[in-house]
Design a protein around this ligand. Structure first.
Ligand SMILES: C[S@@+](CC[C@H](N)C(=O)[O-])C[C@H]1O[C@@H](n2cnc3c(N)ncnc32)[C@H](O)[C@@H]1O
Length: 267
């Protein structure tokens, strides 16, 4: 993976780490649905890859109460939030590991369970990322992934496609991140895992243009790249005007698709 790409994403998430929980609060439900889908079992050693502020770990603690959890994230700001949220839970050893998915500073073959909630879509090398996640599992260990699914947010994509000057980076980002069920299955099979279950969830969300754009700033701020502040502000004003025109009686309405996968490393 390009370490430049990885550090740009990490810096973006560090810049917005303290705003993450407020802007993306509805993701808590997704993390909980991922954790509830993990097969019942004893998971003493758990790794949360792209752990962010720790929602998925929090849900995992509530259900499984493992002995040890390692949170991996390249963003220092996110790791600080993670530590604040879950660092002092009684009876659980928490380890923070700064690094990207392909270079996790952990020992291979040591985890009973790996979770990766709303982070896989940001991994630039999805084949290698799946292999790296499989590597850290013990034989029989479980991998649970939640990520962005193909087809969501089409209304926003249409607006970007019709707002000039064209912002190719933002338009292309959807193709880079969203994945469908067969693609996820291929990633997991190529990583040597047995696939238990993969499914897509599509929900309609009603919100305001302002809340949607705040979410975009928090989760995709790194896509701004080296554009000047003035250019971004002008472009955003045009996008937001078009979004307001597209609003219906319930405000800004969009589809959001989430892709879930559960796999197991053969024993
Ligand atoms: C949208 S947040 C999700 C955080 C958390 N897991 C949750 O469910 O709310 C995505 C996280 O993935 C991390 N991330 C981005 N690129 C990564 C990479 N290459 N390897 C590991 N983590 C990465 C980001 O720093 C960020 O904390």
């Amino acid at each position: 993976m390009s370490s430049d790409q990885s550090s740009i994403v990490a810096e973006g998430f560090t810049d917005t780490a303290s705003d993450y929980d407020d802007a993306v609060r509805f993701n808590i439900g997704g993390a909980q649905r991922l954790i509830i889908s993990i097969p019942a079992g004893q998971y003493d050693d758990v790794i949360d890859i792209g752990c962010g502020t720790g929602w998925a770990t929090q849900a995992l603690v509530d259900r499984f109460h493992p002995a040890r959890i390692t949170g991996v994230d390249p963003s220092e700001g996110m790791l600080e939030q993670f530590q604040m949220k879950v660092g002092s839970i009684e009876g659980i050893d928490i380890t923070l590991a700064q690094g990207d998915v392909e270079h996790m500073p952990v020992t291979d073959g040591t985890f009973d369970l790996a979770i990766c909630s709303m982070a896989y879509h940001w991994f630039p090398n999805k084949w290698d990322a799946a292999k790296a996640m499989a590597r850290v599992l013990k034989p029989g260990g479980v991998l649970a992934i939640l990520c962005s699914g193909r087809g969501g947010e089409q209304i926003y994509r249409d607006i970007l496609a019709n707002t000039e000057p064209m912002n190719y980076t933002w338009l292309g980002a959807f193709d880079a991140v969203q994945r469908d069920i067969p693609e996820m299955e291929d990633y997991l099979l190529q990583a040597g895992l047995d696939v238990n279950d993969i499914w897509m969830e599509r929900r309609v969300r009603h919100t305001t243009v302002e809340a949607y754009m705040e979410r975009m700033r928090v989760v995709a701020g790194h896509l701004i790249g080296d554009q000047s502040e003035g250019d971004v502000a002008e472009y955003m004003a045009r996008v937001e005007k078009n979004m307001h025109e597209a609003c219906g009686p319930r405000g800004w309405t969009y589809d959001f698709t989430k892709l879930y996968a559960i796999a197991r490393k053969p024993s």
